[in-house]
Design a protein around this ligand. Structure first.
Ligand code: 5RP
Length: 273
């Protein structure tokens, strides 16, 4: 059962581009800039996907309370959340955080966010992360930025996972976004053949003219399924292939999704189980 909370918010445009790493994966073509309207004496930009990411991210940060251990996601949407957390820390918020990628770690450190490791904690109170696709059951595709493994480890250790997306990420059925699969380098050609047998068009992710390497020293295979009928089954089938470390399907993990819309509104969706 889904419960929806909605509020109307308008914000000024923040000019932040997608992370370099993110653009190495499959890319969506979206409009970057919206229209400027004048409201309450301010220039408001609507119809901008970066802005819709930002408003979703900032709403999620409202859930963070003093003393919490916070999981920091990866990607352009999660970056907005990290920035907001950094801002709140300067105003006195006291939290410790664990990052899902080296990029997020570097950003967090630069903003004065105290980082810890799993040896220093047992449970993460809240994790805020983006997604590449979110279906009606709130199953996700993640890993467009190559961080799916650390993201899944952090999400699984979290009491609350808040997924922040712009409206373009909502889909009826997963699969239009090629599913990222992290594989070890050894025998990856064989692993690709085995992935292909599951009905997808698998492609080794490259950066320039070299294979893209994850923070864990592995390769990413982007698997174009077009449509994924049974995400839970597919998740397990992929992870059974020798050489696969993990895949970007997040099944039944997300309970809270915050969606930023191009018209400046934000919706908070909560899954009641
Ligand atoms: C990184 C991810 C990101 O959360 C996902 O790719 C969404 O990225 P963005 O917020 O830049 O659209 O899974 O591995």
């Amino acid at each position: 059962m889904l419960r929806e909370r909605s509020a109307h918010h308008t914000y000024l445009l923040g000019d932040k581009h997608r992370q370099g790493v993110r653009s190495r994966g499959p890319v969506r073509r979206r409009r970057k800039h919206g229209n400027v309207i004048r409201k309450q004496g301010k220039n408001i930009i609507v119809g901008d996907y970066m802005e819709s990411k930002k408003i979703a991210a900032e709403r999620a940060v409202d859930y963070i309370q003093d003393g919490m251990i916070v999981g920091l996601g990866t990607g352009s949407t999660a970056n907005w959340a990290i920035q907001r957390i950094g801002h709140k820390i300067k105003k006195g918020l006291n939290i410790r955080a664990i990052a899902t990628s080296k990029d997020s770690e570097i950003m967090a450190r630069g903003l004065g966010i105290q980082l810890i490791t799993f040896s220093e904690m047992e449970v993460i109170n809240i994790t805020i992360d983006g997604a590449d696709e979110v279906d009606n059951e709130w199953n996700l595709i993640k890993g467009g930025g190559g961080a799916l493994l650390r993201e899944k480890i952090v999400a699984s250790a979290s009491q609350k996972l808040v997924i922040i997306v712009d409206e373009s990420k909502l889909v009826n059925r997963l699969g239009k976004f090629p599913l990222p699969v992290e594989v070890v380098k050894f025998g990856y050609e064989m692993t690709i053949r085995n992935l292909n047998k599951l009905g997808c068009d698998p492609k080794l992710r490259v950066l320039g003219n070299r294979p893209y390497i994850t923070d864990n020293g592995n390769y990413i295979i982007d698997c174009d399924f077009k449509t994924i009928e049974q995400p839970a089954e597919l998740h397990n089938e992929i992870n059974m292939i020798p050489g696969v470390v993990d895949n970007g399907l997040f099944i039944n993990i997300a309970r809270n999704v915050i969606v930023g819309y191009n018209d400046g509104t934000v919706k908070e969706l909560e899954k009641i189980i």
